[in-house]
Design a protein around this ligand. Structure first.
Ligand code: NI
Ligand code: MN
Length: 235
């Protein structure tokens, strides 16, 4: 089952299913069940070939265990998060750390920095889930994606741009827990991307950043904002 085009489906918040031009289905930060933005008909984890996880907050791994178990797909995440996943009975884990790359499901995946925190409440205890991360993913057609995870703006995004030349960036814009649209606009500039997919907005009232605010800042500079509705797929 392959398709020549890149397809991106948003489940709301930071959960995306990316269907690569080579036919690999990549799931980012699976959160369906308790995700208020996820359409009712899409609450079940989809069939996928690869799962990438940015950090251990519940709004990013809420459905990671069932998604990994049901699909059997390899899961890429930080060392501590993968250790936790292993203790949940998930065996197909491919732990890594920042700066490292590996080829999984035929895709070259590099773990980047992200500035945030990472912990998960399990049986009433806050468990340390390692450092939060982002990902660079090289696609079969030469396009490069950058999925920032949850992060503030940081100057080394310039280095990520210089080193990996991402074409499309998935950036949080909701404010409060991550960047706001103004910071995300600066991130687009540092990264040198031509297209940006806003995420981590609109899920809760406190996430006030909007794609419109981002668009007003970046479109005059030639950056396209790919605004999706939850459940919608962009090509
Ligand atoms: Ni978070
Ligand atoms: Mn989050």
């Amino acid at each position: 089952m392959s398709s020549a085009r890149l397809r991106i489906r948003w489940y709301g918040h930071s959960t995306f299913l990316v269907h690569t031009p080579g036919g690999v289905r990549v799931l980012f930060d699976p959160w369906f069940t308790d995700n208020p933005a996820c359409p009712p008909g899409l609450k079940r984890p989809p069939a996928v070939d690869l799962i990438l996880v940015s950090h251990g907050h519940a709004d990013h791994i809420g459905d990671l265990v069932p998604a990994a178990r049901d699909s059997g797909a390899p899961v890429v995440g930080g060392f501590e998060l993968c250790d936790w996943l292993g203790r949940k009975g998930i065996a197909n884990v491919h732990a890594m750390n920042k700066g490292g790359s590996q080829t999984v499901a035929g895709l070259r995946v590099t773990m980047t920095d992200a500035r945030h925190s990472s912990g998960f409440t399990d049986n009433g205890q806050m468990i340390y889930m390692g450092e939060p991360a982002g990902y660079i993913v090289g696609l079969e057609n030469g396009l490069t994606l950058y999925y920032a995870g949850d992060t503030c703006l940081f100057g080394d995004m310039h280095l990520i741009g210089e080193m990996y030349r991402p074409d499309i960036a998935f950036l949080p814009i909701g404010d409060r827990f991550t960047m706001d649209p103004a910071a995300a606009a600066k991130a687009c500039e540092l990264l040198g991307v031509r297209q940006v997919v806003p995420m981590h907005w609109g899920t809760f009232p406190v996430l006030t950043g909007t794609p419109g605010a981002l668009r007003a800042l970046v479109e005059p500079k030639g950056v396209q904002v790919l605004e999706l509705k939850p459940g919608e797929t962009a090509e």
